[in-house]
Design a protein around this ligand. Structure first.
Ligand SMILES: Nc1nc2c(ncn2[C@@H]2O[C@H](COP(=O)(O)OP(=O)(O)OP(=O)(O)O)[C@@H](O)[C@H]2O)c(=O)[nH]1
Ligand SMILES: [Mg+2]
Length: 365
């Protein structure tokens, strides 16, 4: 199950954004809750192709792809040093595969700001710094363990390589720089994958705006230019307004959206962005019994896809019968016609699955 954690300063609108995405109705209050148990909800990934396949196959059951969103308590200054919820909070963050970082832009006098003013760039850095401190702590621990061992006996060649890398990472982080800004090669990434570093997680910034803050918003330009220079992405959300929107019925919502000139609701936009950010794609299995969308990391092969469905399918994998959704639709949703036209292919283990592939695994166990 893919998990996406929502982080940010206290009262930045994290639970509001969580509600926009999940419609889960989590409690939203104008004072810091200090609550430790996160809100969690599973969200179906909106996908028109899936809806269309269900229309075509009229299956007995249907299952869209899903992602779990986790709404965490506010991350206060010095959490990394154990202040506030500190480490218990940070352990929830480490379980997430990707982070949505909510930054307050909205003005609302009835909601206090922990730093007493609206300054998205400053707020972004406070939270980043906490994540960096936490990662630095992990690095320092590992470093002292390796040094200790080195003093007693010979390190393995692998440990020596790791020690060298970790020393460099420590120096990098002591300059308050996140690990994502350190150039790691694939081998080094593999070496570090067990540590679940927070500043290596893909992170999407969510600018939480008031519905009066449309068009050019001067408050966000410093943060926007910084994110651009770091190759990070941001999405704008009208948190409070879009949360209300999600409570309306479809017709009223459409009208409301037209008034605000929003074309894709915040909910779908955020889910799609999170999906893209995670480097995820969907493939489909379809028949009259079940139509199902599955989630896969981009770059995965046919055996990975088979294993997502069931481990037996990966074990006994023979071939994958593949047709792209677009080809299937272009050929009147007829597998026979797809075969005739040569767009229905038999692929082997090494085949890299594409977003929108419709797959049938041939297997034997
Ligand atoms: N005007 C305005 N108010 C907002 C917006 N988003 C959130 N708020 C208000 O800000 C307050 C805090 O919102 P929450 O979503 O509970 O914030 P949070 O980050 O989850 O807070 P903690 O979990 O306590 O850290 C609530 O009173 C919201 O109604 C917004 O976009 N505009
Ligand atoms: Mg909250």
């Amino acid at each position: 199950m893919l998990k996406c954690g929502i982080i940010g300063l206290p009262l930045s609108g994290k639970s509001t954004v969580f509600n926009v995405i999940t419609r889960a109705g989590a409690e939203v209050k104008p004072y810091a809750s200090g609550k430790t148990e996160p809100n969690k909800a599973l969200v179906n990934v909106p996908d028109e192709r899936f809806v269309k396949l269900v229309e075509i196959f009229k299956p007995k059951s249907e299952k869209p792809a899903d992602v779990e969103f986790v709404d965490l308590a506010g991350l206060s200054k010095d959490a990394g040093k154990g202040a506030g919820l500190g480490n218990s909070f940070l352990s929830f963050v480490s379980e997430s595969e990707a982070l949505l970082h909510v930054v307050r832009v909205f003005r609302n006098d009835s909601v206090p700001h922990p730093e007493n003013s609206i300054d998205p760039l400053r707020d972004f850095h406070i939270v980043e710094a906490e994540l960096i401190y936490r990662d630095l702590g992990v690095i320092t621990n590992r470093l002292s363990r390796l040094e200790e061992k080195k003093a007693k006996k010979k390190l393995t060649p692998q440990e020596i390589t790791e020690l060298e890398l970790i020393r460099e990472l420590e120096a990098h982080m002591l300059e308050e720089k996140p690990l994502r800004e350190y150039p790691l090669d694939d081998e080094q990434k593999r070496m570090l994958s067990g540590y679940a570093f927070l500043t290596l997680k893909p992170e999407l910034v969510v600018l939480n705006l008031d519905d009066t803050q449309t068009g050019d918003v001067p408050e966000i330009s410093p943060l926007m230019s910084e994110l651009e220079s770091k190759n990070m992405k941001a999405v704008r959300v009208y948190g409070a307004t879009e949360m209300e929107l999600e409570q309306l019925d479809d017709d009223d919502r459409a009208e409301f959206m037209r008034d605000l000139s929003i074309d894709e609701p915040g909910r779908e936009r955020l889910i799609h962005e999170a999906y893209k950010l995670l480097g995820l794609i969907s493939f489909f299995t379809s028949g009259t019994d079940e139509v199902r969308a599955w989630t896969l990391k981009a770059g995965s092969n046919a055996v990975d896809a088979a294993g997502t469905i069931h481990s037996d399918l990966a074990r006994g994998f023979i071939r994958a019968q593949v047709v792209s959704y677009d080809d299937f639709i272009a050929n009147n949703a007829s597998i026979a016609q797809c075969r005739e036209k040569g767009v229905l292919r038999l692929e082997g283990k090494e085949y890299i699955v594409k977003d929108g592939d419709m797959i049938e695994i041939r297997f034997n166990v």
